[in-house]
Design a protein around this ligand. Structure first.
Ligand SMILES: Cc1ncc(COP(=O)(O)O)c(C=O)c1O
Length: 396
């Protein structure tokens, strides 16, 4: 065993935890294993807890806290150390959450009626935010490949850019829910097209640090001059270090023409304000978390392999697509022979498992489910046991 214990089960019920305490509201019953929403069931790196306890317990005043230099520097150092990306202080701003940041960007750079491209299946809040702000979502679905994975439809993207004239596109990099790590050549082509057609690329990189099995994340903004000109990068320690509840997110915009007016608007409206907890947890994670993260990734890889192999060997009705990043597994459940509502009902009422249902991620997600494997192995083993028993009952 390593230094950190990812096998330890920590009961989250009754802690106002969305994953465990909204089961009745979201799934209609409480006797389910919670394997939905994207946070992890692991204790955070102890250095984060220690830093928070020391500050919150050691000094009883929690007043306004400006975003301080060592916080910015910790992001700059992290990007340099992990991705070789030299980020400048002025290119950064703080935002309280990835979806919030996306909303701010949309509100500033587009108008109601403007088109914004997403590539389905993809994280559902993009579409919700676009549609909710009276912009128009245009979908460029990912293309299945003969080897059972997915690729970007670059021809489809150019057609949409040329014909529909969108103002913006969302790049989910790495991609949730399939867990695709985009290759630099693909990113370069996206950037070339975006610049040619005047499209801003919102590159959501909140899963960047959780690449698996030797895959390497490439920040969109680093691939070319085109990319530097068109990209707004959104990143966070939230997924990486399981501190998503602190709503600590940063943006990087390298193009001064995009950055200057937007950051001014952000500042005037005080949308970049942060707090003691978010700043301290972020800086501590980025400074002290490398070893914890390496162990966490290795544990996640073991969990991915366990589920993928289990399905392959014992549940041929369900194909678990092996991700290159994230802790999310995209399950193709078409082999169950049920319609989409039937698949949902099967998972909840027969297998007693709470997963995200696939159509949230767009039409290609019908008859798919998203499984969060960031939980102790014993929980996953129990989940697979319940799933196998439910499938077995259907076979007879
Ligand atoms: C790709 C992606 N972006 C953004 C978010 C949301 O981030 P936040 O909770 O900071 O709004 C998520 C959450 O699951 C996500 O998967």
């Amino acid at each position: 065993m390593g230094k950190y214990d990812f096998d330890r089960y920590i009961d989250r019920h009754g802690t106002n935890c969305k994953k465990t305490d909204l089961l009745q509201e979201r799934f209609g019953r409480t006797d389910l294993l919670p394997l939905w929403i994207a946070d992890m069931d692991f204790a955070v790196c102890p250095a984060i807890t220690e830093a928070l306890v020391k500050r919150l317990g050691g000094h009883p005043i929690y007043g306004y806290t400006p975003v301080y230099d060592s916080y910015w520097q910790s992001i700059i150092d992290w990007q340099r150390r992990h991705y070789g990306w030299e980020v400048k202080r002025e290119e950064l701003t703080y935002q309280s959450g990835g979806v919030t940041a996306f909303g701010m960007v949309i509100n500033f750079f587009t108008r109601p009626g403007d088109r914004i491209v997403i590539q389905t299946p993809v994280y559902y809040d993009f579409k919700d935010t676009i549609d909710g702000g009276d912009r128009i979502t245009v979908e460029n679905p990912l293309r299945p490949t003969p080897d059972g994975f997915f690729e970007m439809d670059l021809e489809g993207l150019e057609r949409i850019f040329a014909e529909e004239r969108p103002k913006m596109m969302v790049l989910c990099n790495p991609q949730n829910p399939i867990g695709i790590v985009w290759e630099p050549e693909v990113l370069r082509e996206v950037a070339r097209l975006a610049r040619k057609y005047g499209v801003i690329v919102f590159s959501d990189e909140v899963f960047a640090d959780l690449t698996l099995f030797g895959h390497r994340h490439t920040p969109m903004a680093t691939v070319s001059d085109d990319a530097r000109a068109v990209t707004i990068t959104c990143g966070a320690p939230g997924k990486t270090f399981n501190i998503a509840g602190f709503k600590s997110t940063w943006l990087i915009i390298t193009n001064e023409e995009l950055r200057r007016p937007f950051y001014r608007w952000v500042e005037v409206n005080e949308l970049q304000n942060s707090n003691i907890v978010a700043l301290l947890a972020t800086e501590t994670a980025y400074r002290c978390g490398d070893e914890w993260l390496a162990e966490c990734i290795s544990y996640l890889e073991g969990n991915v392999d366990y589920v993928v192999n289990f399905c392959r060997e014992r549940l041929p009705e369900i194909v678990a697509i092996k991700p290159q990043a994230t802790y999310l597994l995209w399950l193709d459940c078409r082999g169950l022979g049920l319609d989409h509502d039937g698949v949902i009902d099967f998972f909840v009422n027969e297998a007693h498992l709470a997963l995200n249902e696939g159509s949230m991620y767009g039409a290609p997600g019908r008859c798919h489910m998203r499984l969060n494997i960031a939980t102790p192995r014993a929980v996953l083993e129990q989940a697979m046991k319940q799933l196998e028993a439910a499938v077995e009952r259907r076979r007879h």
